[in-house]
Design a protein around this ligand. Sequence first.
Ligand code: PLP
Length: 310
Amino acid sequence: SIHKDLEEKIARFHQREDAVLYASCFDANASIFEALLTPEDAVLSDDLNHASIIDGICLCKANKYRYKHMDMQDLEAKLKEAQKHRLRLVATDGAFSMDGDIAPLREICQLAQKYDALVFIDECHTAGLLGPNGRGTDELLGVMDKVTIINSTLGKALGGAAGGYTTGPKPLIDLLRQRSRPYLFSNSLPPAVVGCASKALDLLMESNAIAQSMAAKTQRFRSKMMAAGFTISGKDHPICPVMLGDARLASVMAEDMLNRGIYVIGFSYPVVPKGKARIRVQISAVHSDEDIDHCVEGFTEVGRKHGALS
Ligand code: PLP
């Protein structure tokens, strides 16, 4: 019953008809395309979608189109090409975790409407933290009624360190319960994880204070870091990639930050393109203003020491 309660709560949180739980969002993404699409259909996927979406698409027999990252002209061209298929599904991350950029969902939904396509979003980096009530990208951009399918994780903002889900129209969720291989042939979530996620959703639905504080904290960190002379990729997202370019610089600076008790992660090739190494900072609801200022001071000192700032 706690699993069923959580599914109902997830659907209510996203204002959808029903939801189904998975052991992870990787499983939800591995399942959805194969269960839904046939060789007569088409899937159109952003170039930089998460690996689990790419793997999920590989598992299905639909016709595959890749459009350039957030490029609406290219998406439109691919949608025109895909008119010959029975059904079209546009698939995008709501926010892209390496760059902290947010999908142009309004434009995607307009194109989907024009070319009779469904929209799927992966909300792993937005559910619980973006939008006035933390509902995610569709709430932030005012298109909650235009996105058909949402997959997301319980392992990030929703706190349980594991678990994933699909939420959307009831007939789709019914279909997944009959056809989704990771749902049918794998264990369900451990009860402790279910309890934790359920509480996280209660907190988010009781008040929008947490979601609102995320926007303010993100803005504080991004603006102070930019004033200090750093380049922060993306916009308005609590994932704040501090762009450094050089892989070794990112690695030694992240190490120095850790020595100061600040846990931030350096990323370099092959996780991100060559020459685009960065330190990814993730702002959390439990960070205080003092924590954020302390982090900016740390970056400023460490950046000066290693020549990233003059
Ligand atoms: N989708 C995106 C965009 C992610 O960032 C991740 C995890 O890193 C996943 C899916 C997979 O989520 P999970 O850890 O629940 O399998």
